[in-house]
Design a binder for this molecule. Structure first.
Ligand SMILES: Cc1cc2nc3c(=O)[nH]c(=O)nc-3n(C[C@H](O)[C@H](O)[C@H](O)COP(=O)(O)OP(=O)(O)OC[C@H]3O[C@@H](n4cnc5c(N)ncnc54)[C@H](O)[C@@H]3O)c2cc1C
Length: 408
């Protein structure tokens, strides 16, 4: 037996884009079902950064104070070693935003927080362990999705389906939306190494000829990103974990006494980097946002931010239409049109850094930053707020709230 659910909006994927959109729409009184294939929000490391523009959105929603009570680190500037020198890459202290810092918080804590806020609205429903397998198409209109759940097959029929299921989106693939692959020259190996009180107290990047490493301060451990040329992970693994220890310690000497915490390759996760975008983000009844519309490179750590900005723009444009039941193709096109410029400009910046810095460093060539020192100061605005930041315009719906979570 297939269970059938009917809703105004079905969001596939409970990542930053899907959870924020679900929350904003439910807050406005739209009936929303979010389908997430995992049982919870725990994932392989997918970035822990919450940028000033996302904090601004939280401020506008009245939930910032509550959010900042959760354990986190605040980073006001990003530093990096370029060759032997430590330079400031971005200084957020002058941004025209409520918070002039980036928050570092594991992504699952952030998503749990948004889920808790959304759960306060009667019109919000999050279904976990619900894996979307196909779209429902009727006379050229996408009318919902099919999913599998522990209790059997599920069909969610919706006026609008939103594909927020990430860069391997099933929804966009089933809808036949065309993906333009832009490509990335690198992959990233992620690992945790314990942190000592005597270690530097800041988030750091290290760039030497042939190697790029980022160290994110997580209080009692370092989240280490070890950037490698695309497709070379197997070769590195073949050389053995001891050679890897030696290389890591060679580039970050203060880790030398604990690199052997990485016992084998199970402690080192490979994340393949993709940069792509959809030419068209929508079809009648369907819209893709976040990584499902445009997979971002980890350069600048802006993917979560962009996913949330898409969600805010989609909620602003579509929310009032969904409330009235009048969402049409032109509204879906308007979301794409609104978000195209910030997304393209960010990818352009990422590709520029990939080609002129990362590729050169990995080839043991001098990066442009060493040739042209002014390039060392990545404008903090590009990372902190991004291009054309979005603001919450969708109003809270009347009398739809289950309970008030915070005195917002
Ligand atoms: C190595 C790496 C490091 C990164 N570091 C950073 C960083 O530091 N800062 C930053 O801002 N960004 C970073 N990013 C980018 C960032 O992770 C993404 O851009 C961001 O998570 C996109 O959010 P999203 O909601 O669109 O997609 P996702 O976060 O991918 O969420 C998609 C959700 O959909 C679910 N899902 C997938 N398929 C289905 C299905 N069939 N049915 C139901 N659910 C499904 C997934 O489980 C997931 O929860 C990094 C990316 C990579 C690869």
């Amino acid at each position: 037996m297939t269970e059938i659910l009917r809703t105004q909006c079905c969001v596939t994927g409970g990542g930053p884009a899907g959870m924020m959109l679900g929350f904003l729409l439910a807050r406005a009184g739209v009936d929303v079902v979010v389908l997430e294939k995992h049982a919870d929000f725990l994932r392989d490391f997918r970035g822990d950064t919450i940028h000033p523009s996302t904090l601004q959105v939280m401020h506008e929603l009245g939930i910032l104070e509550e959010f900042l009570k959760r354990p986190h680190q605040e980073v006001r500037q990003l530093d990096g070693w370029i060759g032997p020198e430590i330079v400031t890459l971005a200084d957020f202290s002058h941004l025209p935003t409520r918070c002039q810092f980036i928050v570092f918080m594991p992504q699952w804590h952030f998503l749990n927080f948004i889920a808790e806020q959304a759960a306060g609205y009667r019109t919000f429903r999050l279904m976990v362990k619900a894996e979307v397998t196909d779209i429902i198409e009727e006379n050229g209109l996408i009318a919902g999705v099919r999913a599998t759940t522990p209790s059997g097959a599920l069909e969610v029929r919706a006026g609008l389906t939103v594909g927020a299921d990430g860069r391997r989106s099933v929804v966009r693939e089933r809808a036949g939306l065309h993906v333009r692959n832009i490509g990335a020259p690198m992959d990233v190996m992620w690992m945790r190494v314990s942190r000592k009180l005597s270690d530097p107290r800041q988030t750091l990047g290290r760039m030497d000829a042939g190697r790029m490493i980022a160290l994110l301060d997580r209080d009692d451990y370092w989240q280490v990103a070890y950037v490698i040329p695309k497709g070379t992970a197997e070769e590195i693994q073949k050389n053995g974990i001891a050679a890897f220890h030696e290389d890591l310690a060679g580039h970050v000497p203060f880790l030398a006494d604990r690199v052997d915490e990485l016992r084998d390759w199970d402690d080192v996760k490979l994340l393949t980097v993709a940069v792509d975008r959809l030419e068209k983000w929508w079809r009648p009844g369907l819209l893709c946002i976040g990584d499902a519309a445009h997979a971002m490179s980890p350069v600048g750590g802006v993917g979560i931010n962009l996913a949330i900005q898409d969600a805010v723009a989609a909620a602003n444009i579509l929310g009032p239409k969904l409330v009235l039941g009048t969402c049409i193709n032109a509204d879906l096109a308007a979301v794409q049109q609104r978000r195209m410029f910030p997304m393209r400009a960010t990818q352009k910046m990422q590709v520029l850094v990939q080609n002129n810095v990362i590729t050169r460093v990995l080839k043991r060539d001098k990066p442009m930053m060493q040739r042209f020192p002014t390039l060392q100061r990545i404008p903090a605005r590009v990372i902190g707020t991004g291009f054309r930041p979005e603001h919450v315009r969708l109003k809270r719906g009347a009398a739809k709230q289950k309970k008030v979570l915070n005195a917002a």
